[in-house]
Design a protein around this ligand. Structure first.
Ligand SMILES: C[S@@+](CC[C@H](N)C(=O)[O-])C[C@H]1O[C@@H](n2cnc3c(N)ncnc32)[C@H](O)[C@@H]1O
Length: 247
């Protein structure tokens, strides 16, 4: 069975990426000028960013393709007496009558979209962005030293009470299309007994420097600024965020 951010993947994700760190949060919060702003987080997953925004009293809503990720988001929020407005939707199909002041897609999530879906996604975001609104989004940049892993290799092992979840991956880098074709496999064990397996096809579009900026320009986005957030994911890390407007 092929899952996408299914139960086991979500459990592992939540175990070490539950809430955004201070620096990352601080960066995105700096774009919220007042509490009347309407914020949208497409691909919000487990609420890693959305929940801390809600805790600050910001009017944010989100959506995601994965029911499991959204379930975790709701459960986590409920523990804080919060009720998030989140729903299951694909960015490529997303339509709304609402208009937003700020749309954010952190953590490289946009790179999970194929070129066709990214194109449709950008059109959909543009349609719900207010005239003076801003989009902030992150992609993953192509890096050196990518190696194919043709057979399953164990990459992670997590213990949850009696359950052990083991994660494996296979990788093929399609250099022509800058597509990192990964497959992830999660196995859940109770003791020695294999209880459940999830296999996830996980392609990731890696952009070469300058490429995504050109895509935004070609789609008519304006006022493009590339921010570099040093130590944003922890000491020694760096991530880039594209800021743009529709006019
Ligand atoms: C790496 S997680 C990041 C979640 C969240 N943005 C964060 O910062 O933690 C990527 C999320 O994108 C969602 N996703 C992938 N493709 C999607 C699509 N086409 N439409 C909506 N959500 C999608 C996945 O289900 C997953 O929850």
């Amino acid at each position: 069975m092929v899952d996408y951010y299914g139960e086991l993947c979500t459990k592992v994700y939540e175990s070490d990426k539950s809430i955004a760190g201070e620096k990352e949060l601080e960066f995105y919060l700096s774009f919220v000028k007042d509490k009347t702003m309407k914020v949208l987080e497409p691909m919000c997953g487990n609420g890693r960013m959305l929940i801390p925004f809600m805790e600050k009293g910001i009017d944010i809503e989100g959506f995601d393709i994965s029911e499991e990720m959204l379930k975790v988001c709701m459960q986590k929020a409920a523990q804080l007496n919060l009720t998030p407005t989140v729903f299951c939707e694909k960015i490529e199909d997303f339509k709304s009558d609402k208009k937003f002041d700020l749309i954010l897609i952190p953590f490289g999530s946009f790179s999970l979209l194929s070129d066709e879906l990214a194109d449709r996604g950008l059109d959909n975001l543009k349609a719900v962005l207010k005239g003076e609104g801003k989009i902030l989004l992150t992609t993953i940049t192509r890096y050196n030293g990518i190696e194919d892993i043709p057979e399953w290799v164990e990459t992670n092992r997590k213990q949850f009470n009696q359950e052990t979840i083991v994660e494996y991956k296979k990788v093929h880098f399609d250099e022509t299309n800058n597509l990192l074709k990964m497959q992830l496999k999660y196995e859940s064990y109770q003791g020695e007994k294999l209880e459940k397996t999830e296999v996830m096809y996980f392609p990731m579009r890696l952009y070469i420097p300058g490429e995504f900026e050109s895509i935004l320009k070609a789609k008519g986005f304006q006022n493009i600024v590339i921010h570099e957030v040093k130590d944003g994911y922890g000491q020694g890390s760096l991530f880039r965020v594209f800021e743009c407007t529709k006019y």
